[in-house]
Design a protein around this ligand. Structure first.
Ligand code: MN
Length: 195
């Protein structure tokens, strides 16, 4: 069977990003975004999704991390959509409740071909370090470009790093289920016949 993979490059006046992913191969993630926190989150994502993931990204982070984080979401989302192709035989849905120490997040997703994001997280503003507000921007851009219905709900948590990690790992585990093959590998998992 043909492996489901995609290479997507996107270059604008603000960012320059390349994503290589293979849903049917696992391996050590190779992530280099110039934002150490995003390298950490995306490495977790690749590892827990059980996919091969390579990302190189740079951008106008002298302004702030906004453009780069959002645009990485765009390119990862586009690569997922391309790799999934006609979605024949996939499970389509995935959900995971992921604990990370005191933090607990629930993620549910559907590769429906339609975009929807529900994001509920009570993340406290932090004066220094990564701007955690950008996590929502990242998932918005990713879900939109992957044509995915994505629900992320923080059930509880105190530490921002733990909360973020439970989201990215939960997202990865839900995605792993959704892209896995069902018993009937031939049909598109929709009564419409198309996703
Ligand atoms: Mn960590």
């Amino acid at each position: 069977m043909k492996q489901r993979k995609a290479s997507v490059k996107r270059k604008t006046n603000e960012t320059d990003i390349a994503v290589n992913l293979n849903l049917d191969k696992s391996g050590k993630p190779e992530i280099s975004t110039t934002i150490a926190f995003m390298d950490h989150m995306l490495s977790l994502f690749g590892a827990h999704a059980g996919i091969s993931l390579k990302i190189t990204a740079k951008g106008d982070t002298h302004i702030d991390d906004h453009h780069l984080v959002e645009d990485i979401g765009i390119v990862v989302g586009s690569a997922l959509k391309e790799a999934l192709g006609d979605k024949k035989g996939i499970s389509r849905y995935g959900n995971f409740l992921l604990p990370m120490d005191e933090a607990l997040c629930y993620v549910a997703l559907d590769f429906s071909g339609r975009f929807y994001l529900s994001y509920e997280a009570d993340i406290k503003f932090q004066k220094t370090g990564f701007n955690y507000d950008l996590i929502q921007e990242f998932f918005y851009a990713l879900a939109c470009n992957a044509a995915m219905n994505l629900h992320i709900k923080m059930i509880k948590g105190r530490n921002n790093h733990h909360i973020a990690e439970s989201m990215f790992k939960g997202f990865a585990r839900a995605l792993k289920q959704a892209v896995s093959f069902s018993k009937d590998r031939k049909s598109v998992p929709s009564t419409k016949g198309v996703l």
